[in-house]
Write a protein that binds this ligand. Structure first.
Ligand code: GRF
Length: 199
């Protein structure tokens, strides 16, 4: 019965991995009943997220992006050919970007239409790109939040799935705001996945 099968999630991450861990733990504790993580792919072998996957016995592939850098130039096309091979072998229903610091090119995006999602630490379309929390503070915004959205070819531009907001306090620094926002990111990603996978 197709309606009752689990969605196969593949997570792409480059760093700390708190969103990855939150999703994995939510699935483990039955909060997202129709999802399973079938693999983590990281472009950094030293990234803490790799250990978080290993300790949870989640299959993990490292495709070191630095190995595709020659004379300072990143060979995105060769990198993505390899990435696509790994993705195809995992046969994902959904690809979840969680602190994945590389842009995805059109070949990958077009191979998985409406199947790639991302979390961004702002109320998109505000404050796209890096240091979104710092951008919000510098702009004098009174509130910010996080957004889970579909990934399209424009940076942080695809259709929004879910947003949650928090206040910015007068004495907030980039660090204090980011750490207050992080638990909300986890909550938002989990809720968005429930919505996409069915609960
Ligand atoms: C999060 O702030 C996420 O919104 C952004 O990158 C950060 C990743 O954090 N895209 P983590 O690696 O999931 O802890």
């Amino acid at each position: 019965m197709e309606g009752l099968t689990s969605k196969r999630l593949v997570v792409l991450a480059s760093g700390r991995g708190s969103n990855f861990a939150a999703i994995a733990d939510a699935i483990n504790s039955g909060q997202i009943p129709r999802a399973e993580i079938v693999g983590l792919i990281s472009n950094k072998k030293e990234a803490p997220v790799v250990e978080l996957a290993q300790s949870r016995k989640i299959p993990c592939a490292v495709l070191e992006s630095n190995a595709f850098r020659k004379e300072g130039r990143f060979d995105r096309s060769s990198y993505e050919k390899e990435l696509l091979k790994i993705l195809r072998s995992l046969n994902p229903d959904l690809i979840c970007l969680a602190g994945y610091l590389l842009l995805l090119g059109p070949d990958i995006i077009q191979s998985y239409p409406k199947q790639i999602i991302n979390i961004h630490p702002s109320l998109l379309p505000l404050f796209k790109g890096l240091h979104a929390q710092r951008q919000a503070i510098l702009d004098g915004a009174k509130e910010t939040g996080c957004t889970v959205h579909f990934v399209t070819e424009g940076l942080d531009e695809g259709p929004i799935i879910l947003q949650k907001r928090i206040s910015i306090f007068e004495n907030d620094s980039e660090e204090s705001l980011s750490s207050r926002l992080l638990p909300l990111e986890h909550e938002t990603y989990i809720e968005a996945l429930k919505k996409l996978c069915g609960s």
